[in-house]
Design a protein around this ligand. Structure first.
Ligand SMILES: *Cc1c(COP(=O)(O)O)cnc(C)c1O
Length: 461
């Protein structure tokens, strides 16, 4: 399986090249040259997550690694989960279930994608006898999942910029209290956008790198993260009905990686009814699915900070594959003027949306109400990101037929302030989260206005 860019000017790439490069040279996102098909009959024989992953991951990695190599890697990839099976399914009633994806070490679903990324990064570095610098900015859970996934691999040094702003204290401390020689959290005085500008500049100039060293991105456009997420869609479908009936999935959405993984699973043969794209008041996706208007606006701070985005990077993959039938010239043209000019596609193409997608935008007040509703009626405590997806289902329920799975992307204990404001008290905070609060923070404070961040990386590299 080889890969190519959505914008058509970077193609015939192996898995390893795509893994280490991240973004395509033309600014587009990498896509597999075709959708591999899963033999559903065969998958039905499996009953644990790793076996399912062993059936899926090698389909995308065969240009670089043998099946045996990948199977051996997968035996060790996902670690420190507090459920043997990695996930948990909580049944609300006969038609609604909650898929808990937060049982990994950082209590958010990003562990699934980033632990797989780190395992493949490390394998590649070992084979090529090289080292790497991971450099990224985070507005929530990406940074902690990246740090945790890479911290045991001595060939990788992680430098993560933590902006001033909206993330919870626990989210910040998960990054600043990791006491490891190859982990460098940086408290940057600037917004998330300032931090992203610095990261972009770093990737362009690369002044702090040594010879023969990779600079790796951990943002959600790396294809390997999508692979890790495809696995749990197949797995939950297997658990719920042996892949016999199409399910609906309601996904709390920011950069669209999680929704795209659901779409990808369906292209590979997973039965699927509808995807509910659930967003907070940062509603660019809701505006697209409702009005064919994909236009960038200012970011609002909400109580679901990991979904506070102005554009949804992975949406480009859906546009290219689903709407534009893989016409890369058209995709190139639409993105060459974006965000100055908003994206609006031909109505004939856009009308396809309703076959597969519904969307919903939930503001903070309605998110709080949804958290309270589930607490009072089902004694179930959910985090504010999950509540955005649950709120969408509450409102769209009459239009959904069959069973619906709400994806729960973070443990509620990560957001104690939101719980408090909703009047909910939690008594099962995982030890790993409560411990973090008492540990000493050791982050470097640096400015985004000069070169000090690059100088610091150079010094520590
Ligand atoms: C990252 C994140 C999301 C958004 O996921 P995308 O794949 O970017 O759409 C939702 N919830 C939580 C808790 C997250 O950390």
């Amino acid at each position: 399986m080889l890969f190519h860019s959505t914008r058509g000017k970077d193609s015939d790439k192996t898995f390893e090249e795509v893994l280490m490069q991240g973004l395509a040279k033309d600014g587009g996102l990498f896509m597999p040259n075709h959708w591999p098909k899963i033999d559903i009959e065969e998958l039905r024989h499996f009953d644990n997550f790793i076996d399912v992953a062993k059936h899926i991951v090698p389909l995308f990695t065969d240009s670089s690694f043998s099946k045996i190599e990948v199977e051996n890697l997968l035996d060790k990839t996902w670690h420190d989960f507090d459920k043997k099976d990695l996930i948990n399914i909580f049944e609300i009633d006969e038609s609604i279930s909650i898929l808990e994806l937060f049982h990994g070490p950082t209590s958010a679903f990003k562990d699934f994608g980033l632990q797989l990324a780190a395992a493949f990064f490390n394998k590649t570095l070992q084979t090529q006898n090289k080292t790497a610098v991971v450099f990224g900015a985070t507005s929530g859970d990406t940074g902690s999942a990246a740090i945790d996934a890479c911290k045991e691999f001595s060939l990788i040094k992680s430098f993560i910029l933590i902006p001033e702003g909206n993330m919870s204290e626990i989210q910040r401390k998960q990054m600043t209290t990791v006491d490891k020689e190859n982990v460098f959290p940086i408290l940057a005085n600037g917004t998330f956008d300032d931090c992203q500008d610095i990261v972009k500049k770093g990737f362009k100039e690369r002044t702090f790198l040594k010879d023969n060293q990779y600079l790796l991105a951990v943002n959600s456009i790396n294809w390997v993260r999508i692979i890790g997420q495809i696995c749990y869609y197949f797995y939950v479908s297997l658990k719920i009905n042996k892949l016999s009936e199409p399910l609906n999935f309601s996904v709390p959405t920011g950069n669209f990686g999680n929704v795209f993984a659901c779409y990808a699973a369906s292209k590979m043969g997973m039965p699927l009814s509808k995807i509910v794209v659930a967003v907070n008041s940062n509603n660019i996706l809701d505006r697209f699915f409702k009005n064919n208007d994909y236009s960038k606006m200012q970011v609002n701070e909400t109580i679901s900070p990991s979904m506070d985005i102005s554009v949804a990077s992975n949406f480009e993959r859906l546009l290219y594959d689903f709407y534009l039938n893989r016409d890369s010239d058209l995709c190139f043209n639409l993105y060459s003027e974006f965000p100055n000019k908003s994206i609006k596609i031909n109505d004939d193409l856009w009308n396809k949306s309703s076959n597969l997608f519904m969307s919903y935008s939930s503001d903070d007040i309605s998110t709080y109400k949804c958290m309270q509703f589930y607490y009072e009626n089902f004694n179930y405590i959910m985090d504010p990101h999950t509540a955005v997806a649950a709120d969408a289902v509450k409102s769209l329920r009459d239009k959904l037929s069959g069973k619906t799975v709400i994806l729960s992307t973070a443990h509620p204990a990560k957001f104690p302030l939101a719980l408090k404001n909703a009047g909910i008290s939690i008594n099962n905070t995982p030890k790993k989260l409560s411990e973090v609060l008492n540990k000493k923070e050791t982050a470097k404070k640096l400015s985004t206005e000069d070169n000090s961040i690059f100088e610091y990386i150079k010094e520590k590299n």
